[in-house]
Every structure is written in structure tokens, then in C-alpha cells.
Design a binder for this molecule. Structure first.
Ligand code: DGL
Length: 257
């Protein structure tokens, strides 16, 4: 048994979609969440910057004595160097191991430009589903719009524009390969009516929890959770409290101040 909290990192509020599943499935586990909202969006940054910022978040979470870190961000997961997962505690990337509705012939992979440029999702899925046509859709500005709490119609128009530009209008399923996107399901539904979207939060959480179970490191008593963001909490705090109830939400500059 290990009562230390689990660290969860993202460039902002998107990682809450993974933290929420973690909390629902494993309510005793304490969570230390860090959303780097001040430097969001990461998905429009260079690989070097993403790696450097993610390293700072990792140090912050380790200073909070976490027993594992879940990278609840596709952009970070697939842009950091392999050495990023090394260290004193397990570091878990977003799962690529999604399931598709049986009838899927054409899948749209919706992600940030920095994730799409790695082709991580496409490379993995073309091996798992060799008969499914995969269309990569880099969504400029969508994660940032969700981060800033922009209106649904605005987000929807960005999604539709990207879907048109990258020939994804005929897809029969979509993959939310950015953790911000499941926070705006209606915007995606409006842009692509009738298309089911797949959220990899659950396989990601289970991948991490399998590691803890194998080393007998689940919490033995109810832990507490803390949510930190690097920018003002105007949008983030009410969202956290809507998803998790009355928990502590604080602003940090990543140096623990
Ligand atoms: N939530 C992040 C992801 O899963 C990225 C958002 C951003 O661009 O910062 O890719």
C-alpha cells in the first residue's frame, strides 16, 4: 500500500478529463494536478520548448512526493525524449490503445499540430487497424479556445474548418487525441453530427493503475487532492469544482510558491 498522491500533468484544464476518470475509478487515490495554463497552448510550440516545460512540471510534481506521474496530455506524451519517463517514480504517457466502433472504416485523429507532427497516433493505429483509413486533423487553436472557455459555436467552427481542410468530413468515428477536446463534446458534435468520438482517458488511467497494482502501491485510505494552475484561476477553479467538488485549487509559479 502507498498513500502518496498521483501526479497528473497537462498544459492546462485538458488533463482534468483524465484526472476525473482516475478519481471516479479510484476514489481513494489523492491527486496532485498541475495545469500549465500560463504557457498554454503547448500544441503550437516547438518540441524543445514542450520538453523543457514538461521537465519543470515533472520536478514540481516530484517535489509534492507523488508515487506516479500520469502525463494527461498527448502533446507532451509524444514530444518528450525517451529519457523523460526515467526517474524515481513511474511516468505514464497517454494510451494509444483505443478501441473503435466495429463498423469504422474511416477514423479522424483530432489533435494539436505538435502531436500530429509526431504521427504517434497514426503510426500506432495503422498497425492495430490495418483496414481502417486514418485521417490526421491538426486542430489549430481548438485547445486554446477550450482553455480560455470560449463559446461552443466558436470552438465548433474551428473544428469544422480543420475537418474540411484535412478531408475528414466523411469519417465515421473520431479520436480525441488531445485531452482538452472531451471538455467540449457539443462543439465536436455540432461540427460533425452523428460521429461518435473516442476518449483515451480510461485506457490511460488503467495503464497507470496496472503499474501500481503490480507493485501493491494502491492507496490504503482516502487521500486528498490539490489542483494547481500557473495562470489566473478564473476559468479553471469553477471547472475543477464542478468536476471534483470542494477541493483546493491554487495558482503556482512552478517553484512551489
Ligand atoms: N491537452 C493537450 C493534449 O492532450 C494539449 C493542449 C495544448 O495545446 O496545450 O495534447
Amino acid at each position: 500500500m502507498d498513500n502518496r498522491p498521483i501526479g497528473v500533468m497537462d498544459s492546462g484544464v485538458g488533463g482534468l478529463t483524465v484526472a476525473k476518470v482516475l478519481h471516479e475509478r479510484y476514489p481513494d487515490e489523492g491527486i496532485v494536478f498541475l495545469g500549465d495554463s500560463k504557457r498554454n497552448p503547448y500544441g503550437e510550440r516547438s518540441r524543445e520548448e514542450i520538453g523543457r516545460f514538461a521537465g519543470e512540471i515533472k520536478e514540481f510534481l516530484l517535489s509534492k512526493n507523488v508515487k506516479m506521474i500520469i502525463i494527461a496530455c498527448n502533446t507532451i506524451s509524444f514530444n518528450v525524449p525517451p529519457s523523460f519517463t526515467e526517474g524515481p517514480v513511474p511516468v505514464v504517457k497517454m494510451s494509444l490503445d483505443i478501441d473503435l466502433p466495429g463498423e469504422t472504416k474511416k477514423l479522424g485523429i483530432f489533435a494539436t499540430p505538435a502531436s500530429i507532427r509526431t504521427h504517434a497516433h497514426k503510426n500506432y493505429l495503422e498497425k492495430k487497424f490495418p483496414h481502417v483509413e486514418l485521417v490526421e486533423v491538426p486542430c489549430d487553436g481548438v485547445a486554446a479556445a477550450i482553455e480560455q472557455g470560449k463559446e461552443e459555436n466558436f470552438i465548433s467552427s474551428l473544428v469544422l474548418e480543420a475537418a474540411k481542410e484535412y478531408h475528414a468530413l466523411g469519417i465515421d468515428a473520431g479520436y480525441w487525441a488531445c485531452t482538452h477536446y472531451p471538455l467540449a463534446p457539443e462543439a465536436f458534435r455540432k461540427a460533425l453530427p452523428g460521429v461518435p468520438f473516442i476518449d483515451p482517458a480510461l485506457p490511460t488511467v488503467e495503464k497507470g493503475m496496472d503499474i501500481l497494482k503490480a507493485s501493491d502501491a494502491l492507496a490504503g485510505e482516502k487521500g486528498t487532492s490539490h489542483f494547481y494552475f500557473t495562470d489566473e484561476l478564473t476559468h479553471a477553479a469553477p471547472l475543477v469544482q464542478r468536476l471534483f467538488g470542494p477541493v483546493t485549487v491554487e495558482k503556482t509559479n512552478l517553484l512551489g510558491v
